[in-house]
Design a binder for this molecule. Structure first.
Ligand code: GDP
Ligand code: MN
Length: 381
């Protein structure tokens, strides 16, 4: 789950990382009031779950309250990389002497958290990595041993930060960022830019914060930060139903049991010339109710013309899936959807028998994954 800048900064604050004071505003009026409260120059910042807001005109300095209201009017409703701005963060403006970059994420290759620090902040980090890789200091942390301050010192020196006062502050921020990363079960904590003010104060001017969805049950306060209005309504609906679902843009609805099989099914459908409408994993077990829920999600996508059930029974019993399909056909009007069903593995015979006995006109059994994919693509038209 990606957090908005203001939410990430709230977490930074909790972990002792310096940030500027700010307020949330949903309207130009609220922006004016927020700026009045902060007094003095402010920066009006679009809150959208994408980067590059500055370049897109989503970050503007304002002299005072009246100016903040005008800047807010200009930014609200703006489309930034496909994200429409509905929220603003009004922050006390900072003076900037230097812009650095600091992040921690997972390096999956070596299975360790990785810090990156460079004095060339503010710009795209990919650009720094490509044009001056030596300027980008890296530090892997052993997750069991934990972060050690001597490692942080090495990182700070490697980045070429030579002012002792900056070194001290950045070292502290690095340690606290590790605390935030582990403490929130984050997958990414990025500060770009990490600024140094003309007075030599170091603070986080931006935040990119991603928390592992699988750990959200441990962090109800972070889970509550989710903005359901901004999320894809179908994916939100799926989440509420407990269905693992990713929307794609084709017309063949796909339902597999297990993420690997569901992904292969997406591939095979594409391979035979079709366009998958979604990825949907029924999971292990595959109860009748689970099938009903998944079908409800898949059929909410108005582009879907045919649905391909690809089930390999291991823990999932094919008879249970067949019952689920039949139950779904009783509960929902599925008559406009051809359902191609391939059942194999545990209790496949029984499952196929149940479907054959029910003899629904829109259920098309196929023996193999490839045949099923071909049939579904053909029926989707
Ligand atoms: P991003 O473009 O989405 O990464 O948004 P940022 O929050 O990083 O802001 C983009 C740029 O706006 C920063 O790199 C700064 O140069 C500038 N900026 C943001 N906040 C302030 C501020 O308080 N004062 C000044 N002078 N510039 C700011
Ligand atoms: Mn930024």
């Amino acid at each position: 789950m990606d957090l908005y800048e203001y939410q990430g900064k709230e977490l930074f604050r909790r972990f002792g990382i310096p940030v500027s004071e700010g307020r949330l505003a949903l309207t130009p009026d609220e922006a004016r009031l927020a700026a009045e409260g902060l007094a003095g120059p402010v920066v009006v910042k679009a809150q959208v779950l994408t980067g590059g807001r500055g370049k897109a005109g989503g970050v503007k300095l304002a002299e005072g309250a009246k100016d903040a209201e005008e800047k807010a009017r200009a930014i609200l409703g703006l489309d930034i990389n496909g994200h429409v701005v509905h929220k603003l963060w009004i922050e006390r403006a900072s003076e900037i002497a230097k812009e650095y970059y600091l992040s921690i994420t997972f390096d999956r290759g070596v299975k360790r958290p990785l810090f990156m620090l460079t004095k060339q902040g503010g710009v795209d980090i990919e650009e720094v990595a490509a044009t001056s890789p030596d300027a980008l200091a890296r530090l892997h942390v052993d997750a069991l041993e934990g972060y050690q301050p001597y490692q942080g010192r090495r990182l700070v020196y490697a980045a070429g930060i030579d002012d002792p006062d900056e070194q001290k502050q950045i070292l502290q921020i690095v340690g606290r960022l590790y605390g935030a990363f582990v403490g929130c079960d984050a997958m990414l904590c990025e500060i770009n830019p990490l600024i140094v003010t003309p007075d030599g104060e170091v603070k986080a001017l931006d935040s990119k914060f991603t928390v592992d969805d699988n750990a959200l049950y441990k962090h109800p306060d972070i889970a509550a930060m989710r903005d359901t209005a901004a999320a894809d309504p179908l994916e939100t609906f799926a989440r509420e139903k407990g269905v693992t679902y990713v929307k794609l843009d084709g017309n063949v609805g796909i339902l597999g049991n297990g993420a690997g099989l569901a992904m292969s099914t997406v591939d095979v459908v594409a391979h035979v010339g079709g366009r998958p409408a979604n990825f949907c994993d029924l999971g292990g077990g595959g109860s009748a109710q689970g099938v009903v829920d998944a079908l409800e999600v898949i059929t909410r996508d108005t582009q879907v013309r045919a649905i391909f059930f690809n089930i390999f029974g291991g823990i999932t019993r094919c008879d249970e899936v067949a019952r689920g399909i039949l139950q779904a056909l009783d509960e929902m009007d599925m008559s406009s959807y051809p359902l191609v069903v391939r059942l194999d593995g545990t209790n496949a015979e029984e499952g196929r028998r149940l479907l054959a006995e029910a003899a629904r006109p829109n259920v098309h059994p196929e023996a193999t994954m490839l045949d099923g994919a071909r049939r579904a693509v053909e029926l989707a038209g």
